[in-house]
Design a protein around this ligand. Structure first.
Ligand SMILES: [Zn+2]
Length: 261
């Protein structure tokens, strides 16, 4: 039985954000917040505090990497999420690419040579994929409703090094069909790469009660995937992405944490 410890995050530095974002993007987010807030894209409003909070959210993912290096699993319960943020712009509620940043941070450590990102959010993580697909030391695998926002994530997108696996699924998918895709495609893809670190972009908007999407998972399905990932790597990092029914979000987070402890 492991113990659940809560931790306050540090803030990401500008230098760290520049590993995955243009300086112009970072400055733009800051400038809009400095003048009182506004819209970074039609889905992405920010308030004066959003920039500072986004730095903390990104920092939390790197703190999570440190926790894994110290022999624990970590679940980053932070927002804003990150997987839609492109290197040069905010998008879809996302300001900075937390998962790509965490992967890059991990690869800067001497003993880490390969990182796998598994994105189980119901949307395709266009930003994460675009940022990491040129890096042969990172693989990105996503199961997502398709066709759906943001429009990317077809099976044809395989990355510059065959390091991307997109698994589009139609609206209406339930637990059985979803688990079959996970078992037959995601698990072997990650196992074959044999990563030193697994990062999960853990959105919970594939839950059946989520108001934005049409996939019908239960909280137990997320616990199942957590357990299977533990069989590949005992300790790994999860970070919150989407999930818009608060009751479902709570139920799913508890299910995942129960699996971890
Ligand atoms: Zn989502």
């Amino acid at each position: 039985m492991n113990v659940l410890n809560w931790a306050e995050p540090r803030s990401a530095t500008i230098t760290e954000l520049e590993w995955v974002h243009t300086n112009e993007h970072i400055a733009h987010v800051k400038s809009i917040c400095d003048v009182g807030g506004g819209y970074l894209d039609p889905d992405t409003p920010v308030c004066p505090e959003s920039y500072v909070i986004a730095l903390k959210s990104a920092g939390a993912w790197m703190d999570g990497v440190d926790k894994v290096f110290n022999g624990n699993s970590a679940f980053v319960l932070s927002r804003p999420p990150g997987h839609h943020a492109e290197s040069d712009r905010a998008m879809g509620f996302c300001l900075f690419s937390n998962a790509a940043l965490a992967a890059t941070y991990a690869l800067n450590q001497e003993h880490i040579n390969k990182v796998a990102i598994f994105d189980w959010d119901v949307h395709h993580g266009n930003g994460t994929q675009h940022i990491v697909q040129t890096n042969q030391d990172i693989v990105y695998v996503s199961i997502h409703q398709f066709p759906f926002y943001p429009g990317t994530g077809s099976q044809m997108e395989k990355g510059d090094h065959d390091n991307v696996l997109n698994i589009p699924i139609p609206s209406g998918y339930g637990s059985n069909e979803y688990r079959q895709k996970f078992d037959e495609k995601v698990v072997p893809f990650i196992q074959k790469f044999s990563p030193d670190l697994i990062i999960i972009s853990a959105g919970f908007d594939a839950h059946r009660n989520d108001p934005l999407a049409g996939i019908n998972l239960e909280a137990e399905d997320f616990a199942y995937m957590t357990k299977r990932c533990q069989e590949i790597q005992p300790n790994f990092l999860l970070g919150l992405e989407g999930g818009y029914n608060l009751d479902a979000l709570e139920e799913c987070c508890v299910a995942v944490v129960n699996e971890l402890v």
